[in-house]
Ligand binder design. Sequence first.
Ligand SMILES: Cc1cc2nc3c(=O)[nH]c(=O)nc-3n(C[C@H](O)[C@H](O)[C@H](O)COP(=O)(O)OP(=O)(O)OC[C@H]3O[C@@H](n4cnc5c(N)ncnc54)[C@H](O)[C@@H]3O)c2cc1C
Length: 389
Amino acid sequence: MDFAFTDSQREFRAELREFARAEVTPQLFADMERSGSEYHPEFHARLAARGWIGLQWPAEFGGRELSNLHATIFYEEMEYAFAPISRYRTSVVFVGQSVLAFGSERQKRFFLPRIARGELTGVWMLTEPGAGSDAAAIRLRAEEQGEEWVLDGEKIFTSGAQDADYGMVAARSDPAAPGKTAGISLFLVPLASPGLDIRPIRTIGGWSVNQEFFDGVRVPSWLLLGEKHRGWQAITRYTLNFERAGIARTGTLLRLGDELARLLAGGTSASSRSLRQRLAELRAEIVAARWLGYRVAWLYDQGQVPAAESSMIKVLTAELLERLAELGADILGWAGMVRGREAPLAGRVEFYLRSIWFHLVGGGTPDIQRSIIAQTGLGLPREPAPTSK
Ligand SMILES: Cc1cc2nc3c(=O)[nH]c(=O)nc-3n(C[C@H](O)[C@H](O)[C@H](O)COP(=O)(O)OP(=O)(O)OC[C@H]3O[C@@H](n4cnc5c(N)ncnc54)[C@H](O)[C@@H]3O)c2cc1C
């Protein structure tokens, strides 16, 4: 067991910090506020110019053959700077990693270099109005017609579909297959396709998710991703684990924790002592989460796709963010509820309290993550779904 970073990883972190100091500017945040989007195309292009998009992919597909631990360091440093990387994540972690894991040679050659150059962005379209936690209850229909598939149905809560190029869509391709997890296929669908209507849903968190209506959307056969009718196996073995491991926000936790520590510095009252105790306790858990994140990256570097650990890091970091934001509100009092960049901590306490559902629910709710940990980490039997009675 070796807990040290390599020279390459240390140098990479220093390079990222220097980049963040120069490029994550107040102007960047002002631009995003004006556009109402968490995606900043010019910033995305700057990441691509550095060769950081898909840095863990093989060179033949536009990557730099760095480790998943390098990728974790990238996320940590960009999050620490509050840099806008959500479309980076949907493109690389959800779509790109899936194409790399189970796409065809043609798909790898088409999608991965374009994502790496920042020319193509992707989003993940799994959830439907009747298929959230029960994700296999997919009804969006895909029918094979000659050299094409025709898609009809709905998706909902897609992060980023309003400005992305491709959606990775889970569809029911064989409705006669026995059991809801059978007969599902994945498709890489151009979001500008005729018959596809994308409608934004503004969330309380301040940015949009989307609902999509597919009305006879025609997708060429080569855009079927993975094995026909066996999409669920690929989703549960790869995509959902990539997603859960890839949305852990350890860098945000470290930064927010540091900012709260600065607020508390020098306080000596009884109440500040109890707030310090809470922050210290959170710090211990954040450091533990950080090491779990490194372990998850290491497991991916060994060619494993860990289900229990991917769920652990997802639920742990989301709930830590909630507790940190609550502590921030207790430290700042009413001032913590002020919105906007002029507010204390640039309004981040208010922002994270308001947008915490994105972190808790996106990628599967805490209940679902705990069920996965119970089943795959502890070997417990599958629980029946709760009923409303
Ligand atoms: C901001 C945001 C962004 C999102 N982005 C995307 C995206 O990019 N792509 C995408 O495909 N989806 C996305 N989602 C959808 C997200 O994955 C689902 O919302 C989530 O899986 C929960 O589904 P649901 O909203 O239908 O809630 P439900 O499944 O209806 O759950 C309601 C409640 O019941 C509980 N529950 C349900 N079933 C069980 C069970 N079996 N055991 C225990 N408890 C249970 C849940 O934990 C929850 O508390 C996003 C959601 C949000 C809020």
